[in-house]
Write a protein that binds this ligand. Structure first.
Ligand code: HCB
Length: 213
């Protein structure tokens, strides 16, 4: 069942076992379970658990790297299947997305990106460690309905404010909506910097981008 597969995937990420994660994801595709649930309640839950243990000092950075590789191996298998499911939908508009300057965490941003594509948006991936000026240039070039940034650290989260400021300086703030997300980011933070959308996870991002489109 879904719960069993999710639990197995969570455990495999926590065991840093890429091969087992791949096997479970292949099994999940065969069993036609919900892949979004598998990503959120399975793989991400395992990743978060490793993150918590890293924070508590019971696991170390190599463990975090190994777990993120295991998670990515699973996401790589599920992504083409997910994209095939969403392939027929007409484009709802463009969204520009990237992980903010100084920050190389990309797993969450990539999941949001995949889910938005499946939901029918054209998504321009700016990658990670994206300079603020690059977001502004991308808004000018692609004329998206939404420009989203991901920040996983309290030290890089503050730069999301600069996207707001530099869009204003360029005189294009009112042509686009901004979205912020990433583990330390909250609705309060979005309100504080004047960002239009805060998304807690990929599902929330899809719901809110759909509402905005
Ligand atoms: Co990293 N790291 N890390 N890390 N890392 C965190 C983020 C800490 C919180 C861990 C800790 O100390 N407790 C911490 C940050 C502390 C702080 O706030 N200052 C931290 C640190 C310190 C670091 C390094 C500096 C460690 C070092 O080198 N000493 C270094 C960063 C270097 C840099 O960026 N310049 C580093 C490196 C790494 C890796 C490379 C080992 C690996 C990243 C691999 C990769 O992404 N390619 C990594 C990981 C995996 C983590 C944790 C464990 C998990 C992050 C993750 O992928 N979560 C994280 C612990 C944590 O988050 N609590 C830890 C799973 C995804 C699915 O969740 O929250 O990213 P998510 O995304 C969600 C959600 O937020 C939302 O939707 C996603 C899907 O549901 N969302 C958006 C995300 N972005 C959005 C954008 C939108 O517009 C809308 C919604």
């Amino acid at each position: 069942t879904q719960d069993e597969i999710n639990a197995k995937a969570k455990a495999a990420v926590m065991d840093f076992d890429d091969e087992l994660v791949e096997e479970i994801c292949e099994e999940a595709i065969e069993a036609k379970v919900d892949m979004v649930s598998l990503i959120q309640e399975g793989l991400t839950a395992g990743m978060n658990e490793v993150g918590d243990q890293f924070e508590q000092g019971t696991l170390f950075l190599p463990h975090v790297i190994a777990a993120s590789e295991a998670m990515s191996a699973g996401v790589a298998i599920l992504t083409p299947m997910l994209e095939a499911q969403g392939g027929a939908v007409k484009s709802k508009g463009t969204i520009v997305l990237g992980t903010i300057e100084g920050d190389i965490h990309s797993i969450g941003k990539d999941i949001v990106l995949t889910m938005l594509k499946i939901a029918g948006f054209k998504v321009v991936d700016l990658g990670r460690d994206v300079a603020i000026a690059t977001y502004i240039d991308a808004v000018k070039e692609h004329k998206p309905i939404i420009v989203g940034s991901s920040a996983l650290m309290t030290t890089t989260m503050v730069l999301q404010m600069q996207i707001e400021e530099q869009l204003k300086e360029a005189g294009i703030r009112d042509t686009v909506m901004t979205m912020v997300g990433g583990a330390p980011v909250t609705q309060d933070w979005a309100d504080k910097i004047g960002s239009d959308i805060y998304a807690e996870n990929a599902t929330d991002a899809v719901v809110k981008c759909n509402a905005a489109a």
